[in-house]
Ligand binder design. Structure first.
Ligand code: ARG
Length: 457
C-alpha cells in the first residue's frame, strides 16, 4: 500500500517499524472528532474560495459516508496508514477519487490532531462535570437522611468530637464542588481552535480560522501557530484536575473501606457493589472502593507521564507528542467509570445509625463539652482543659466515661459544675450546639444542604 507521503521515499519501512510508529491502535478513538474537524475545514475552504464548491460538496459527501460507516463500526484501519488521520484520508480518496486529496489543502496533521484532541476533551470534560454532579446529588440524598445521625468525628483517626454524619458526607460534596469548578474553568482553554495553524507556521492560503473555529463550536483560536500545534497544557489541566478528583475519591474510598470493616460496622455496602471471597465464605469485600483507591495510581501516573513527555520539547511538533493520547484516554475512561460506580455505591449504601450513635456514647469525644462549659462560666480555657483532662484520667483509672461520674466528683474538680453538665455531655446536644457557620450543628448542616442543592440544580 502506497503511503500518502510516498513521493520523497525510495524504500518503505518494514512492518515492525511501521507498527512501532503507528498510533492507529489507540487514536481511532478520535474518529468522530477527526471527521467533524475535516468537515469544518473543507467547508471553510469552500467559503474562502480556496476550493470550488463542487469539490467541497464531493468531499463532504465522502466524509459523511465515513461518519456513517464509523458509527456502524464498519471501518477497518491499517497500520500502514499510521494513524486515524491518514486512514480516513485514504478511505476518502478511495471513495470520492483524487478530489479527496484536496481536503488537506492549508492544513497539516499537526493542527488536525490538536483539533481532534480539543474536540474530544471538550466533550469528555462536559461528561465528567455531569457525572460529578450526580455523585454530589447522591451525597446530598444520603446526607439528608442523616442530619441527626451522630457519629464520632476523628482527628489522627482518634475519636475527637461527635458530629452529624451528614456533615461528614457533605465535606466530600464541597471537595467535589471544587473539582467541578476546576473542570468547568479549564473548558475555557480546551475550547480553543488550533485548526489552520498548519504544520507550525500558518499557511499561504487565505483561510478563515475564526470561521472553522465557529463551525466546530470553539470559543476562539490560538493566537500563535507554533503554540497551537505544540500546546498540550489543556490535557495537562484535565489530567491534574482528574488527579485532584481522584485524591478526593481515594480518601472517601478509604473511609468507606474502614467504615464497612468488622471493627467499625458503620455502613454496609450494597451487594451490588461488593464481592465475596473465593475461599472465605463469610466475606463481603468493598472491592469497588478499593479499586478506585488503587486507580488513583494510574491517574497520577498519566499526569506525570505527560508532564515528562512535554518537558524539554523544542517547538513545534515532535513525534513525542503522539504519546499524549493513551494516558489521556485512560484517565478519561477511569474518571468516567469510577464516578459512575461511586454514585451507585453511595446511593445504595446502608448506614448503621445505631452503631454510629453507640460509638459516640462509649468514648471521651464529649470532653471538649466540659471544657467549654467551664470556659463559659468564666474559667480560662487552658485551666478548664486541665481540669477536664484530670477528670478523663479519673475515668480511665475507674474504667468509666465522663457521664458516669457523680456530681460529688464534678464539684470536687470544680465548684463551677452544676447538674446541667449531664445534658451538655449528651453527644446529640454536643453536636447541636456547634452552631457556628460551617459547623456540625443541625441547623448549619441543614443550611449547607440547601446551599448544596442549589449548586446541583
Ligand atoms: N499520529 C500523530 C500524533 O498523534 C499525528 C500527527 C503526526 N504529525 C507528523 N508530523 N508526524 O501526534
Amino acid at each position: 500500500m502506497k503511503k500518502l507521503w510516498g513521493g520523497r521515499f525510495t524504500k518503505s519501512a518494514e512492518q515492525w517499524v511501521d507498527e512501532f510508529g503507528a498510533s492507529i491502535s489507540f487514536d481511532q478513538e478520535l474518529v468522530m472528532e477527526d471527521i467533524q474537524g475535516s468537515i469544518a475545514h473543507v467547508t471553510m475552504l469552500g467559503k474562502c474560495g480556496i476550493l470550488p464548491q463542487v469539490d467541497v460538496e464531493k468531499i463532504k459527501v465522502g466524509l459523511e459516508n465515513l461518519q456513517q460507516k464509523a458509527e456502524l463500526g464498519e471501518l477497518q484501519y491499517s497500520i500502514k496508514m499510521e494513524d486515524i488521520h491518514l486512514n480516513l484520508e485514504s478511505y476518502l480518496i478511495e471513495d470520492v477519487g483524487p478530489v479527496g486529496g484536496k481536503l488537506h489543502t492549508g492544513r497539516s496533521r499537526n493542527d488536525q490532531v490538536a483539533t481532534d484532541m480539543h474536540l474530544y476533551l471538550k466533550n469528555q470534560t462536559l461528561n465528567v462535570i455531569e457525572l460529578i454532579k450526580e455523585l454530589q446529588i447522591a451525597l446530598i440524598e444520603q446526607a439528608e437522611q442523616h442530619i441527626e445521625t451522630i457519629v464520632p468525628g476523628y482527628t489522627h483517626l482518634q475519636r475527637a468530637q461527635p458530629i452529624s454524619f451528614a456533615h461528614h458526607l457533605m465535606a466530600y460534596f464541597w471537595m467535589l464542588e471544587r473539582d467541578k469548578q476546576r473542570f468547568t474553568e479549564c473548558l475555557k482553554r480546551i475550547n480553543i481552535s488550533p485548526l489552520g495553524a498548519g504544520a507550525l507556521a500558518g499557511t499561504t492560503f487565505p483561510i478563515d480560522r475564526e470561521y472553522s473555529a465557529k463551525l466546530l463550536g470553539f470559543d476562539g483560536i490560538y493566537e500563535n501557530s507554533l503554540d497551537a500545534v505544540s500546546d498540550r497544557d489543556f490535557i495537562l489541566e484535565f489530567l491534574s484536575h482528574s488527579s485532584i478528583l481522584f485524591m478526593h475519591l481515594s480518601r472517601l474510598s478509604e473511609e468507606i473501606i474502614l467504615w464497612s470493616s468488622q471493627e467499625f460496622q458503620f455502613i454496609e455496602l450494597d451487594d451490588a457493589f461488593s464481592t465475596g471471597s473465593s475461599i472465605m465464605p463469610q466475606k463481603k469485600n468493598p472491592d469497588m472502593a478499593e479499586l478506585i483507591r488503587g486507580k488513583t495510581g494510574r491517574v497520577y501516573g498519566n499526569l506525570f507521564g505527560l508532564l515528562t513527555v512535554l518537558k524539554g520539547l523544542p517547538l513545534a511538533y515532535n513525534k513525542d507528542l503522539q504519546e499524549d493520547k493513551e494516558g489521556m484516554f485512560d484517565t478519561v475512561k477511569t474518571v468516567i467509570g469510577s464516578l459512575k460506580i461511586f454514585t451507585g455505591m453511595i446511593a445504595t449504601m446502608k448506614v448503621n445509625t445505631s452503631v454510629m450513635e453507640n460509638a459516640t456514647k462509649s468514648d471521651f469525644s464529649n470532653a471538649t463539652e466540659l471544657a467549654d462549659y467551664l470556659a463559659n462560666k468564666g474559667m480560662p480555657f487552658r485551666e478548664a482543659h486541665e481540669v477536664v483532662g484530670k477528670l478523663v484520667l479519673t475515668c480511665i483509672q475507674k474504667g468509666c466515661y465522663l457521664a458516669d461520674l457523680d456530681m460529688m466528683e464534678y464539684k470536687l474538680a470544680s465548684e463551677l459544675f452544676e447538674g446541667d453538665i449531664y445534658d451538655a455531655l449528651q453527644p446529640y446536644n454536643a453536636v447541636n450546639r456547634r452552631n457556628s457557620a460551617g459547623g456540625t450543628g443541625f441547623v448549619q448542616v441543614q443550611i449547607a444542604i440547601e446551599k448544596a442543592k442549589k449548586l446541583v440544580k
